[in-house]
Design a protein around this ligand. Structure first.
Ligand SMILES: [Zn+2]
Length: 420
């Protein structure tokens, strides 16, 4: 109870320090959620346990992977016309986050030599949803006007208003299949994200002030937060990453972010663009990590340890995102039948093998690969392209996988479920 009072006090105090006194409020909200819902505490401990086991089992070199694409939907909920940000501004955000997650920003100059071997290509990308929950075509952007100012951090009747149509916001799309990103003007902190296993149903996702979305339009005037890295940072929380100073308030050098290759750190680097090296806690700080409060232009990397933690969070808590068809174009009944196809017979499969029916592939020298949900290659072999054939999955644990059949000219992916 005492902790709860301290937290409330902090929440009341922080806005009084000025507008946007910190970059995000995700960890404080996590703490608040765990105090309010003890069952979430159990789920968080289970996920932490799963993550530990997964990390120990993860190969040091992850090797050939299938890059995972995760669908996102933006709910733009606006009161002021300038907050109805353009599709182009949202597109600029997608480009920015995908470059950050794939380590494609040529930011080597910002990453000192000692940290360069730790910089991770997260092998995750995000698409604007092309298929809505009902199967129809979508742009991945839902626009709603609201009469409520500061809808982005409004709480009414214990609910986050922006997440509910009935409260002046926009209802979530199924949170197990889409990452919901609500864009609404905020009064106190620019952004928040729900950690895995710690969200109220219908409110699982990320909320960001429109001035912090993307790299053009209203974001361009919002330096030093004009490069789309608020979403990169919040997506880190959404996939279970803590700030580098640990889960609580900064200082003390006793809290770990539960990632082995990020040094202990006691500062937030809010409003700073420091030069290397910076020391706290007796070690060199990785202040250019996306999970700090450093200015956008001075953030540059996730670490390999953070990558493993993110992949574990997806496998252990958000696997539905990998099975989602939200990134695929909507199916039209007038579309011609595909020239090439594979079909798993009797999916979900059982009995140690998957039987495949293939069309249009006869005579081709094909390669099959079986991936886990986080894209790790588990097994592979060759196929002749005969109309019906089998691939050996004996000994594979029950669960969901992606089967890829490919040659130099085509790649066909099929999600499968193994049962025993
Ligand atoms: Zn944060």
């Amino acid at each position: 109870m005492k902790q709860w009072r301290v937290l409330l006090f902090l929440l009341l105090l922080l806005p009084a320090q000025g507008l946007f006194a910190q970059r995000c409020i995700s960890q404080e909200l996590l703490e608040q959620h765990l105090q309010r819902y003890p069952a979430a505490q159990t789920e968080r401990l289970r996920l932490e346990d799963f993550t530990r086991q997964w990390t120990e089992a993860a190969p040091t070199s992850i090797g050939f992977r299938n890059v995972v694409v995760i669908p996102v939907v933006f709910h733009v909920v606006w009161n002021l016309p300038q907050d109805n940000i353009s599709d182009a501004q949202i597109q600029s955000q997608l480009i920015a986050i995908n470059k950050d997650f794939r380590l494609l920003n040529n930011l080597n100059g910002l990453i000192p030599n000692i940290f360069q071997p730790l910089a991770a290509d997260m092998e995750l990308t995000f698409c604007l949803a092309q298929r809505a929950p009902d199967g129809s075509t979508t742009t991945g952007v839902v626009r709603t006007t609201t009469s409520l100012p500061f809808i982005g951090d409004r709480i009414a009747n214990g609910r986050k208003s922006v997440c509910h149509t009935a409260d002046g916001g926009s209802d979530s799309w199924p949170t197990d299949r889409y990452v919901n990103i609500w864009v609404g003007r905020r009064q106190f902190f620019p952004a928040e994200a729900s950690f895995p296993g710690a969200a109220v149903p219908g409110e699982d996702g990320i909320i960001i002030d429109p001035r912090f979305i993307g790299t053009i339009g209203t974001a361009a005037a919002n330096q030093p937060y004009h490069l789309g890295r608020t979403l990169t940072h919040e997506m880190g929380h959404f996939f279970n990453l803590y700030h580098l100073w640990g889960p609580g308030q900064p200082g003390g050098c006793i809290q770990s972010d539960q990632v082995a290759d990020t040094p202990l750190q006691s500062k937030t680097y809010l409003g700073e663009c420091p030069s290397h090296p910076q020391f706290t806690c007796g070690t060199t700080d990785m202040f250019m990590n996306f999970m700090n409060y450093t200015d956008d232009a001075c953030m540059a990397m996730f670490s390999l340890g953070q990558k493993v933690r993110v992949l574990a969070a997806i496998a252990g808590s958000r696997p539905g995102l990998l099975l989602s068809d939200g990134c695929m174009p909507a199916v039209s009944t007038t579309d011609p039948a595909p020239e090439h196809s594979i079909r798993v017979v009797g999916n979900p499969a059982g009995g140690g093998e998957i039987r495949l029916q293939m069309q249009g592939l006869n005579g081709r020298a094909l390669h099959w690969r079986l991936f886990g949900l986080t894209g790790i290659l588990l097994r592979q072999g060759r196929l002749t392209g005969a109309e019906e054939t089998a691939v050996d999955v004996a000994g594979m644990p029950a669960g969901a996988y992606v089967l890829q059949v490919s040659d130099t000219a085509l790649h066909l992916n099929q999600k499968i479920l193994l049962l025993h």
